[in-house]
Structures are given as structure tokens and as C-alpha cells.
Ligand binder design. Structure first.
Ligand SMILES: [Cu+2]
Length: 179
């Protein structure tokens, strides 16, 4: 049995057995919100955008736990799923440095390993290893800390962000998507 939801309007039959679904407003942008405890990553220019975050006094981009680039926030001990949401670009998630709080001063050219380090537990020296488009890895967050992190391939293209690990931490404000 096939079923389709077409809202409350009764679907019109096209005569050949197919059903015409209501058309969407072209200006209505459809964005996905990620499941709980998931980080999505892609280039800011692919759709996540960048945000000039006033709390961190920094431009953040490339990572989200909802729809657009934002500072990340999770409780200690959370097991997160890191998902590469790019269509065709491989990314990583690498530790950059630990910070005490704002401002988030991203170093100009950190040495970020491409191969995996840290046995899946986030902390000093952690590197996810390359994640292909559409693929995910699991990362365990441990102690309450604040870190800068980024993509080993695209750090210089704006894929760097802040993660706050503390009880009941929530993500920061979201970017507006690129035009
Ligand atoms: Cu990348």
C-alpha cells in the first residue's frame, strides 16, 4: 500500500494513478534540523553560512547542531555523532586548542593532523580522520572544557568553531545562510 500526506487538502488525481502534491512557495526555504547530539559539518559556502558571534568575538563557521553555523554546546560525557553533510567534500573535526572563555582567538595556521588521533574521545590532539560526504563518526565528549576546533582541510576557508562542554550547555546563535 502506498500512502502520501498532502496536508488537509484532498489530493487531486491525475488520472494515471499518480497524485499531485501541493506546490511549495519558491521562497520557502526548506532546511533540516539535525537530531539531538549530532554535529553537522560542511563548508560555510555550501549552505551553513558563517556567524560573527559577539559573545566569542569571532567569526564561526562550518559546524552546527541545528541548521546553520553556530558555537556548539553539549554536556560532559555526551556521545555525539559527527556527520559530514556535504554533497561531495571530505572533512575532519580536529582539536585546535583549549580556551578559558571569550574571546575565541583562532591561530592563523594551526597544524591539524589529517589522520585520526585520540581514539574517538575529544580532547587535546584529537583528530577525527577524514569523513567522506554523507558519513558519520562517533565522538565521546569527556570533561567540562571549552575548545577551539576546525577542519584539517578547510580551516582557512572558515571551518573553525567553538565547543563548550559543560552541564546543560546549549548552542550559540545561528548564522544566516549564504545568499
Ligand atoms: Cu572541511
Amino acid at each position: 500500500m502506498l500512502a502520501a500526506c498532502a496536508g488537509h487538502s484532498s489530493p487531486s488525481a491525475a488520472g494515471d494513478g499518480s497524485v499531485l502534491l501541493p506546490s511549495f512557495d519558491k521562497n520557502l526555504m526548506i532546511t533540516a534540523t539535525l537530531p539531538q547530539n549530532t554535529i553537522g559539518e560542511e563548508l560555510p559556502t555550501e549552505g551553513l553560512g558563517t556567524i560573527d558571534d559577539s559573545f566569542w568575538s569571532a567569526t564561526l563557521g562550518g559546524f552546527t547542531q541545528s541548521s546553520f553555523s553556530q558555537a556548539l554546546g553539549f554536556s560532559p560525557g555526551t556521545k555525539i555523532t559527527l556527520m559530514n553533510i556535504s554533497k561531495n567534500i571530505t572533512h575532519t573535526l580536529d582539536y585546535v586548542k583549549k580556551i578559558k572563555g571569550p574571546p575565541a582567538k583562532f591561530p592563523a595556521n594551526p597544524n591539524l593532523p589529517i589522520s585520526a588521533h585520540g581514539n574517538g574521545v575529544f580532547g587535546k590532539g584529537f583528530a577525527s580522520g577524514p569523513i567522506s560526504p554523507g558519513k558519520s563518526v562517533t565522538i565521546k565528549l569527556s570533561k567540562a572544557r571549552t575548545y577551539l576546533f576546525g577542519c584539517a582541510f578547510h580551516y582557512g576557508e572558515g571551518m573553525h568553531d567553538v565547543i563548550v562542554i559543560k552541564p546543560n550547555a546549549t548552542p550559540g546563535p545561528e548564522a544566516t545562510p549564504p545568499a
